[in-house]
Each structure stands twice: as structure tokens, then as C-alpha cells.
Design a binder for this molecule. Structure first.
Ligand code: GLY
Length: 361
């Protein structure tokens, strides 16, 4: 009888251990794998999900997801054929970060090569550098086997650029320059003596649009994606063709680690979108991850990072999503309504989450 009871207790114990272990696994498998991406870039999230659900690494999945967006030219702001600069040229910024190793690869203002995220991965995999830029980034990517040189313009980007030229190159990203209402060449207003300036020039100088006006709800600008794989490893990636009518040579926040994206297996990840010229001054994604490291919930960390920017630049538009290592996610935005996309186990398909802008803190 005593032996029987002991056996029962043992079985009970064993059952509860199995239950706890299975219970833990069940919770875990509901949390990840996980894919989160800026905007309703649903096909990109599906592509990343297929990879990570099949057992590929978070880095592999990020490459698949961002690559799909580049091929689809998501919103015209990712991949080739969008955001012409002042010369009508499309250039590409992209980044990948492995949150397990803290390795990063990035390309900025890359010309003639359409595969931004794959080029970024080549930098991470085959060099000891972090960021390659411009024509040298293109040469590197082509030498490592990516297709190119390719004309990155499209009929749409050339039409947009032609209209902009006809509109005297307005709006643009210059400030404190003369002349204002033409296509340049521009001169710094300080380089002219005060007596040389006309009244009309002076009054127009105050009329220059802020760069924020170039980003709108129809100009979503960046895919920033985070993936947690089945092993719990986190990676992030970004890809964008930057800001429309940017000054040639301009690099946005897309390839700046800590600004457009950041990941650390120990904590979680963040992705950002918006006015990169402003956002990169605050490294909002580094801020988000470090705030979560100190114990902040994803929602508060996201809000805090956006508030820090809005307090100094009340005209900026931007958004971040935050995801912690347990797969809890949240977003915050300012100046526009933000949407981000999520796919995890027990979901039939990608879910799009809408985040409403918050007012000045
Ligand atoms: N957020 C994209 C850019 O500013 O280039």
C-alpha cells in the first residue's frame, strides 16, 4: 500500500514536472518565433515568417523579409524606383544587426545596386567593417556577387523628379540659403554681405519648409523589421531609398545602428521610421532597448524615446515599435498615425496594429 502511494506521489510529481515543462514550452511557443515590421508591409512579414517558421535564423528571416519589400518596392520608399534625389537618382540605405553577436552590416547612399539588405549582410558577413557608403558600397556589393550596376530609377521616380524641377525644385532640404525659389546653385546666406541682400530675399528665407514636411502618411519611408527565431535569437534589419528630393550624398537613419533599429538578445529589439534627419540625432532604438534593459515595459520605452525627440523638434514625424525578448510588443508615434505588422504562432496571418499619435509630452 505504502509502495503504491509512493508510486502515485511519484507519478503526480512527474506529471506536474512534465506539465510545468510543457506549460513553459507552450507559453514559449506562443511567444516566438515572432516577426514585427513597421507599416502594413504584410508580404514582407509573411516572407520573414515563412523563413523563421521553417527554422531559419532570425538574421536569415530579416533578410528574406526586407528583401521581399525591396522587390515589391513597398510604398515606393523601399527598394529601387523611388525617392529621387535632387539629381533624379535613387540610392539605397540598409542595415542588418544580429542581436546574438551585436554584429552589424550596413550600406548607405548605395548606387546602382537594388539589393540593399543583402549588401548589408555581405558587409556583416565578409568584412570587419560596419558601414560602407556610396559608390564604394556598390562596388563592394557587385564584387561579392550581387547584380549590378543597375539603373535604380523608375518611370514614377523620373516623373516625380521632372514635376519637382518644373516646380522650381520645391520643396527641398536647404535652409539659410539664397536663392530660395529656384534650383540653385545655392549660397549660404551668411556668405553674402547684409547690404547685398534684397528685402524680398530676406522675407523668403524664413519660408523654407522643414524636412518633416517630406514625410507623410503616404510616404512611409522605411521597412524596419525585428525577428525572434525559434532559439530566441533576435535580429533587426532596415531598408529604404530615403527622403524624396534629398541633397545628393544625404544618408538617412536607415543604416545608422541604434537609430533605425537595434537588437540585443538579452533585452529585445526596436525598429523606427520617420524623419531620419531628426531621428538619428537621438538614436531612438538604442534608447528603447536600453530603457527596456532598465525594466521599462515596451510601451513606455517606445513612448519615452519618441517624447525625447518631440520635446526638441515639435514638427517632426516618426514612430518606433519596441519588442522585448519575451515577444511583448508596442508602438509609439508622433505627428502621424503609425501602423506596424506582427506575426507569431497561433495567428492565422499577419496582424496590423494601429497606433495613434500622442500629444507633446
Ligand atoms: N527614415 C528614412 C530616412 O529618413 O531616410
Amino acid at each position: 500500500m505504502a509502495t503504491k502511494s509512493l508510486l502515485c506521489v511519484q507519478m503526480l510529481l512527474l506529471t506536474s514536472i512534465v506539465f510545468v515543462v510543457l506549460g513553459h514550452e507552450a507559453v514559449k511557443s506562443e511567444q516566438y518565433p515572432l516577426v514585427v515590421s513597421t507599416w502594413p508591409f504584410v508580404e514582407a512579414v509573411r516572407a520573414a515568417w515563412r523563413a523563421v517558421d521553417a527554422g531559419f535564423s532570425s538574421v536569415d528571416a530579416v533578410i528574406e523579409g526586407c528583401s521581399a519589400c525591396e522587390e515589391l518596392r513597398c510604398d515606393g520608399t523601399v527598394g529601387p524606383g523611388g525617392s529621387p534625389d535632387e539629381n533624379g537618382e535613387t540610392t539605397i540605405d540598409a542595415l542588418v544587426m544580429d542581436g546574438a553577436t551585436m554584429e552589424v552590416g550596413a550600406v548607405a547612399a548605395m548606387r546602382y545596386v537594388k539589393d540593399g539588405i543583402r549588401a548589408a549582410r555581405l558587409v556583416m558577413q565578409h568584412t570587419k567593417h560596419t558601414l560602407l557608403v556610396g559608390e564604394k558600397a556598390s562596388a563592394f556589393a557587385i564584387s561579392m556577387g550581387l547584380p549590378g550596376p543597375t539603373n535604380l530609377s523608375s518611370t514614377e521616380s523620373m516623373e516625380k523628379w521632372t514635376k519637382w524641377k518644373q516646380n522650381h525644385c520645391q520643396p527641398n532640404f536647404w535652409k539659410n540659403v539664397i536663392p530660395v525659389n529656384s534650383c540653385g546653385p545655392y549660397h549660404g546666406k551668411d556668405s553674402l554681405k547684409l547690404s547685398d541682400r534684397t528685402c524680398s530675399e530676406d522675407s523668403l528665407l524664413g519660408n523654407i519648409e522643414s524636412s518633416s514636411s517630406h514625410f507623410s502618411v503616404n510616404n512611409h519611408d522605411t521597412i524596419s523589421m525585428a525577428v525572434i527565431d525559434k532559439g530566441g535569437h533576435i535580429a533587426v534589419g532596415t531598408s529604404t531609398n530615403g527622403a524624396t528630393f534629398k541633397i545628393p550624398g544625404r544618408v538617412g537613419d536607415g543604416p545608422i545602428v541604434g537609430s533605425s533599429a537595434y537588437a540585443d538578445d538579452e533585452v529585445g529589439a526596436c525598429g523606427a521610421t520617420g524623419d531620419g534627419d531628426i531621428m538619428m540625432r537621438f538614436l531612438p532604438c538604442y534608447q528603447v532597448v536600453e530603457s527596456m534593459r532598465l525594466g521599462m515595459e515596451p510601451k513606455l520605452a517606445a513612448k519615452d524615446a519618441i517624447s525625447r525627440i518631440a520635446r526638441k523638434f515639435p514638427d517632426f514625424v516618426g514612430a518606433v515599435f519596441a519588442v522585448n525578448k519575451n515577444g511583448e510588443h508596442a508602438g509609439a508615434c508622433y505627428g502621424w498615425t503609425f501602423q506596424y505588422s506582427v506575426r507569431r504562432p497561433l495567428m492565422d496571418d499577419v496582424k496590423v496594429v494601429t497606433v495613434h499619435p500622442h500629444s507633446l509630452p
